[in-house]
Every structure is written in structure tokens, then in C-alpha cells.
Design a protein around this ligand. Structure first.
Ligand SMILES: Nc1ncnc2c1ncn2[C@@H]1O[C@H](COP(=O)(O)OP(=O)(O)OP(=O)(O)O)[C@@H](O)[C@H]1O
Length: 593
């Protein structure tokens, strides 16, 4: 799969799609009134701009030959006031355009973040997370230029072009037409550059995504890197990925830089043509003042053309990023509420798998015709060889994936018929890699129940035996935990996670026990904590500790796409089957240790 590797380029889309810009324009809708104000101010500053050459022509053709100092003074005073107004307009424009651009970016960023939170596990399974993060941060930031200086400035430039053209046509139609003589050349150059530039910037976005994904992966796996002393090899790989990004960037910029000088050269040639036509009087009859004013307008005409050219460049660059942003926004979550989904009422915790068949991919099933019934309050230990599907069972109960066939019922309700929120609110999921967020211990325990009081947090911590170690820490419950709880021991992380789960009071508990070996003392504390947590709840535990397995109501031995053995510890031991063998191997191993 193309996106599954940090160093593999994401696939390039082939067609340029104008709808992307319409869609981008849609983000401006909530800011209509601000936009109208800005446009009005832009119109005023453009009128001030065209006044300059017009007043100059009056001074050259009338005031100076007639030595009319009165007229000249009025013109100077009027023009000075107009320039002041123009200056204020420019400031207003820049300030408000920047604000508007940033508002739009903030909206887009929130939209993509909210959308990501809804996407199913399968989306995250198949992509390096660095390639997802870059879309929310870097790609959106890359549009800043397009939105702040581009999209809206271009409106100003188009307005300026229109006002200038009106003045030019009113002075001399023929001379104005001469000014357009090189427009077809510009059109051809633009077309040629556009295709190359778009492709080049798609490459750039791919290489940026690869770089980001590699950095993200390396930082997440830094402990493994250092323990395997892979630093040198990783540096070499990073240098290659980084070089790829540099090369593609330079290639893209070289293409990007072709347009502005082309427009500037065309502008200069056009001005020469106007001088030539004006001086030789080729079909036109204009005074020196008008000719000088006209050259001013030609400049006024070509300056916005250069800006529009630059905007066009940003647009093409932005397309590469927009495509990726909209592509992410268009991914439909695979797991969603059914149209007629209802709120699941508080459940007792009766769980039924009825003839369930499931595979992460259609070709490879993990379970076939799996059926079992777990009564409220039972604790089920899931055991079996690695890769047998123990985690898959717990993924299915929380509906992180949908079954291919059959049904899963909780208190008699098919979990696909109830809302995801009401289902997951009644589930407590604790995964092997206990996730601790940056913040205080208090915040971490409160994660699933934000309105819990400090007393409630402490009460939960006391019940699961976490309170003791927490109050012995420097700032007690207000101790700030660093990145993913790296300053805590594995046992401490688990106890915090027990307290967090207890506080959210789930009816069905799902627990993937940590495999890391813990000392007997911690094992006793954890077992006590767990026992309190399990009281009155249905629980599925991928059990690695013998104490947990022995205490459970029933054990499911999973292998070869089904439950091979089921029963209490004593029953399965007496059966002397697969579980007996597994238990003996683990027990022997422990004895050896
Ligand atoms: N997100 C996924 N996409 C595709 N295949 C997956 C995914 N997760 C797991 N699998 C595959 O499904 C099978 C069952 O995996 P599962 O994690 O349920 O096994 P397990 O019994 O929990 O293993 P372990 O004891 O090693 O944790 C494995 O073959 C695994 O490769």
C-alpha cells in the first residue's frame, strides 16, 4: 500500500480540479461582511492610485504651460490628502486581510482535526502518523500565503486592473489596445509553466510528508533506536529523505521563478512599444503629458499582472496541499452511527457473539462462526497463541471494527443499532500500552469524566491502590507527567489507568494486560486494584499474569479462528488440553526464572 511506509510517496492525482478552489472559497462565506468592507477600502485605494498619473498629465499639459500656480497648489493639496487616505486604506487592507486569512486557516485546521477524531482505526492502521500530522499543521500553514496575501489581494489587483483599464480606454482606445499586444505570449508561457509547476509541488508535498513521517517514527521509536544503536544508519536514512526534499524543492522553485521575470519582461517591452507608437504617432495623436500619464497606467496595469502571476504561482503550489487536505476531509469514517441508531440505555453487561465472522481484510478471516455468551459480572480471560485474535475480540466489542457476518449483542441489542457514543461510554478500554497524556495525574485520571471532583478522583485512586504512590510524589495529584508518562513505572501507569477507568464507571471492561514482567509486590498491588475494578462489571481480559487468569470466571483459549477450549482454570487444567499445556509452559518458565 502506497501510504504504508514513511519513505514511500503518496500517490499523485492526475487531474487538476477547479472545484478545489470553489471549495476553498466556501471557507470565506462566514466572513462575507468583513470581506465587503475590505473590498470597499481596496476600491478607494485603487482610485487614489489612478489619480496620480491623471493629475500629473493635467500639471504637465495645463498648469506648467499656463504657469497656473493656483491650479497646481490645489492639485498638490488634493493629491496629498488622497495619498493620506490611500495610506490608511493600505494599512486597513493588510491588517484585515491577514486576519481573515488566519481565521479561515483556523476553521480549516479545526475541521480537519475534528474529522480525524471521527475516522476509524482502519484509516490510522494504514498510514504513518507523521503523514497525517503534516496535513493538519504544515499543509494548512502552507495555504497561509495563498489566503492572506493571495486570494484576497488578487481581488484588489483585479479591481485595480479594471479601474486602470477604464482610465486607459477613456484616454486613448488605440494606445490601450497596443498595451495588450503581448498578452497571448503571456498566456502561452503560463500554460506551459502551470503543468510542470503543479507536478513539481505535488512531489514537494510528498517528500515533505516522507520527511515528517520519518521524524515522527524516529522520535516515537527513539528508545528502540538507541538500544539497537541504530543512530548512524538512521542518520544516513534521514539525510537521504532530507536530500530528496531539498532536490524536489529546488526543482519546483526553479519552475516557479520563471513566471515573474517573464511578466516583467513583457511589461518592459510593452512600455517600449507605447513610447515608440506615441512618439512616431502611429495612428495615435497624444500630448506629452497624456503619453507620460499613459505610461503610468501601463505600469499600473502590469504591476497587478505581476501580482496576479505570483498569486497564480501560489495557487498552483497550494493545489498540491489542498488536494491532500480535501482528500483527508473526504475520507468517510467506516464505523458510524446507523441512520436510526438509538441511545443505548444503561446496560447490565450481557455480551453475546452470535456466529461472528471477521477479517481485517476480506481475504483473510481471523474468526469464522465464533459464538459465545458472557453473563453480567463475569470475567473472561482470553488466552492463546500470538496472533490468534485475542485483541481482535476486544476491538470488535467496542466496535472499532464491524463484523463481516453475524452479530454482537450487548443486553440483547446489536451494537450496530446503537450510537457509538452511548456504546463506548459504557465500555472501559485499557490497552497494553497504557496511554498517559501530558498534564497532571489529576487530569489523567479525570480524562474520561471531566466533571469529576478532586475527592472523586482520590476515591477512585484509593480503591485501585494508586493513592499511596501518588501522594508520595513531589506534587501529589498535581504532579505534572511528562511525555506519555515516561517518568512513571509501568506498574504506576497501569494503576493510574485503573483509576481512570473506575472513575468513568463502565459496565463492560476490556483490558489488555501489560506483559512486562513486574515484581511480586507490584503484582499483588495490581491484582488488588484490578479485583476492585472488576467488581460488578463484565470483563474481557487478555491475561498474561497467572493470578489474573486463575481468578477469572472463565477462560477462552482462542486458536485457529475459534474458541478451542472454554471453562474455569480448574476445569481446563483437568481437561489436560491446550490450556493445560500453555499453563504448564508458563509455569515451568516462571520456575526456571
Ligand atoms: N489492524 C490490523 N490490520 C490487519 N491485520 C491485523 C490488524 N491487527 C491485527 N491483525 C492481524 O490479525 C491477527 C490477530 O491479531 P490480534 O492482535 O487479534 O492477535 P492476538 O491474539 O491479540 O496476538 P498477541 O497475543 O500477539 O497480541 C494477526 O494475524 C494480526 O496480524
Amino acid at each position: 500500500m502506497a501510504q504504508s511506509n514513511a519513505r514511500t510517496d503518496e500517490e499523485l492525482e492526475q487531474e487538476f480540479n477547479i472545484n478545489q478552489f470553489k471549495r476553498l472559497g466556501g471557507y470565506l462565506k462566514p466572513y462575507k461582511s468583513a470581506l465587503i468592507k475590505i473590498l470597499f477600502v481596496i476600491l478607494i485605494s485603487n482610485i487614489v492610485l489612478v489619480l496620480g498619473p491623471y493629475l500629473t498629465s493635467i500639471v504637465i499639459d495645463e498648469s506648467i504651460p499656463n504657469k497656473d500656480t493656483g491650479q497646481m497648489t490645489w492639485i498638490i493639496v488634493f493629491f496629498s490628502l488622497a495619498t493620506l487616505v490611500g495610506g490608511w486604506c493600505s494599512r486597513y487592507r493588510i491588517q484585515h486581510i491577514t486576519l481573515l486569512g488566519q481565521d479561515v486557516l483556523k476553521d480549516m485546521r479545526s475541521e480537519i482535526f475534528e474529522h480525524l477524531q471521527k475516522l476509524s482505526f482502519s484509516y490510522f492502521d494504514t498510514r504513518p502518523h507523521g503523514k497525517i500530522v503534516i496535513r493538519v499543521v504544515n499543509y494548512i500553514n502552507s495555504l497561509s500565503d495563498l489566503l492572506s496575501n493571495g486570494l484576497i489581494n488578487v481581488i484588489s489587483d483585479v479591481l485595480s486592473l479594471v479601474v486602470t483599464l477604464v482610465f486607459m480606454f477613456s484616454i486613448d482606445v488605440k494606445l490601450t489596445l497596443y498595451s495588450f499586444i503581448l498578452l497571448p505570449v503571456l498566456f502561452v508561457i503560463t500554460l506551459v509553466i502551470q503543468k510542470k509547476q503543479r507536478k513539481a509541488f505535488q512531489e514537494v508535498s510528498n517528500k515533505q510528508a516522507n520527511l515528517n513521517a520519518y521524524i515522527h517514527e524516529s522520535v516515537s521509536g527513539i528508545k528502540i533506536t538507541q538500544s539497537f544503536t541504530r543512530e548512524t544508519i538512521n542518520n544516513t536514512i534521514f539525510a537521504e529523505v532530507s536530500e530528496d526534499q531539498r532536490t524536489t524543492w529546488m526543482k519546483a522553485v526553479k519552475i516557479q521563478l520563471l513566471l515573474a521575470p517573464a511578466i516583467q519582461n513583457i511589461a518592459t517591452i510593452t512600455i517600449s512599444i507605447i513610447y515608440f507608437v506615441g512618439i512616431r504617432g502611429l495612428g495615435v495623436d497624444v500630448s506629452t503629458g497624456v503619453l507620460i500619464a499613459f505610461i503610468g497606467y501601463v505600469n499600473n496595469f502590469w504591476n497587478p499582472m505581476v501580482n496576479i502571476g505570483n498569486f497564480y504561482n501560489s495557487l498552483i503550489t497550494g493545489t498540491a496541499y489542498l488536494e491532500r487536505i480535501f482528500e483527508t476531509l473526504d475520507v468517510e469514517p467506516e464505523i458510524t452511527d446507523a441512520e436510526d441508531a438509538f441511545e443505548m440505555p444503561p446496560v447490565k453487561g450481557d455480551v453475546v457473539f452470535n456466529d461472528v465472522t471477521f477479517g481485517y481484510t476480506p481475504k483473510q478471516t481471523i474468526f469464522e462462526h465464533l459464538s459465545f455468551h458472557v453473563k453480567p459480572g463475569e470475567t473472561i480471560a482470553l488466552v492463546g497463541p500470538t496472533g490468534a485474535g485475542k485483541s481482535t475480540v476486544i476491538n470488535l466489542i467496542s466496535r472499532f471494527y464491524d463484523v463481516n457476518d453475524g452479530e454482537i449483542l450487548i443486553d440483547g441489542m446489536d451494537i450496530r443499532n446503537v450510537t457509538l457514543n452511548s456504546l463506548r461510554n459504557q465500555m472501559g478500554v485499557m490497552l497494553q500500552d497504557t496511554f498517559i497524556f501530558s498534564g497532571t495525574i489529576l487530569d489523567n485520571i479525570r480524562y474520561g469524566k471531566l466533571d469529576a471532583t478532586e475527592e472523586e478522583v482520590m476515591e477512585a485512586a484509593k480503591i485501585v491502590r494508586a493513592h499511596e504512590f501518588i501522594i508520595n510524589m513531589k506534587d501529589g495529584y498535581r504532579t505534572v507527567i511528562k511525555e506519555r508518562g515516561s517518568t512513571l513505572s509501568a506498574g504506576q501507569r497501569q494503576l493510574i489507568s485503573f483509576a481512570r477507568t473506575l472513575l468513568s464507571d463502565p459496565k463492560v471492561l476490556i483490558l489488555d494486560e501489560a506483559t512486562s514482567s513486574i515484581d511480586t509486590q507490584t503484582e499483588i498491588i495490581l491484582q488488588e486494584g484490578l479485583d476492585r475494578l472488576l467488581e460488578g462489571r463484565t470483563a474481557f481480559i487478555i491475561a498474561h499474569r497467572l493470578s489474573t487468569i486463575k481468578n477469572s470466571s472463565r477462560i477462552f483459549y482462542i486458536a485457529d479462528k475459534k474458541i478451542q477450549e472454554s471453562g474455569s482454570h480448574d476445569e481446563l487444567m483437568a481437561q489436560k488440553g491446550l490450556y493445560y499445556e500453555l499453563y504448564k509452559t508458563q509455569f515451568d518458565l516462571l520456575q526456571e526464572i
